[in-house]
Write a protein of this length. Structure first.
Length: 269
């Protein structure tokens, strides 16, 4: 179908002006409709393209939900969150994700979108908390350094009150991690994995004094349901991780350029 108007000489005599005006109106409407349809098609293509190229960013995470802490009432949870928040002075109020008790004391893990907190609750009514930002300019709890991230590591000597010494490592895991082991100064223990968090603790005698040196053979390993090793701190020397957009979330002081040895971060879901 053509939209070209016929020349004036081919129109019937006496009706040239009337017919041409009617044809022009029809052509204008047809062209406007064609333009609108073309524009709508183009917009649809753009929207479709945007949806297809969007990075695989986490849409949800443990940091954005209120987990159920078994054995604690809602009032107790709020009290811990308030006390640890005041002790750490983080900008945002943290959410309690893990409450761990054993002979060495009570440890709470709390998170905000940009902070990881380890809070010692061993003394009733007291909160000793610190925020953990290990060499990270843009620490984001939506992401993990591979399949797990260490957010807290601490050693404490035994005391005269009868509390044993302890060595502790704790942090976050993704849904693929089903088992973790921690080997430190020749001892190996199983980590307890609960609701996307892990805690591994080695108990020592009450007269034990923690060593001042580091253990070069220390190893924290994560396994999947089939026993496949998902990560090992002893052999994984790369400590630079990037999110799906290529932004460094851990391990580099200079975000530009991204080092070649950076590995993909995994979402904490």
């Amino acid at each position: 179908m053509t939209t070209t108007l016929p020349p004036a000489r081919e129109l019937p005599p006496g009706r040239q002006i009337q017919i041409r005006a009617r044809l022009e109106r029809s052509v204008v409407r047809r062209r406007r409709g064609m333009r609108l349809a073309t524009t709508a098609t183009a917009l649809t293509a753009v929207v479709t393209a945007v949806v297809l190229v969007l990075p695989d960013q986490p849409t949800s995470g443990y940091f954005s939900t209120q987990p159920t802490i078994h054995g604690l009432s809602r009032e107790q949870v709020e009290d811990i969150e308030e006390g640890c928040w005041k002790a750490s002075r983080t900008p945002a109020r943290p959410v309690l994700h893990r409450y761990h008790q054993d002979a060495a004391g009570t440890l709470a893990l709390l998170y905000t979108p940009t902070d990881a907190l380890a809070c010692d609750l061993s003394t009733p009514g007291s909160y000793y908390s610190n925020a953990h930002l290990p060499n990270r300019k843009a620490f984001d709890t939506r992401w993990l350094n591979g399949h797990f991230s260490i957010d807290h590591q601490h050693q404490m000597s035994g005391d005269r009150a009868g509390r044993p010494g302890s060595q502790t490592v704790a942090g976050r895991v993704d849904s693929q991690v089903k088992r973790m082991t921690w080997t430190y100064f020749g001892r190996t223990v199983e980590a307890e994995i609960v609701d996307g968090t892990f805690v591994a603790r080695i108990l020592q005698p009450t007269d034990w004094d923690f060593p001042k040196e580091r253990d070069g053979s220390e190893s924290l390993k994560a396994y999947d349901a089939e026993g496949k090793v998902l990560g090992d701190t002893r052999v994984d020397l790369s400590w630079c991780y990037v999110d799906r957009e290529g932004s460094i979330i851990s391990g580099s002081f200079d975000p530009l350029p991204v080092p070649d040895f950076c590995k993909p971060a995994e979402p904490w879901r």
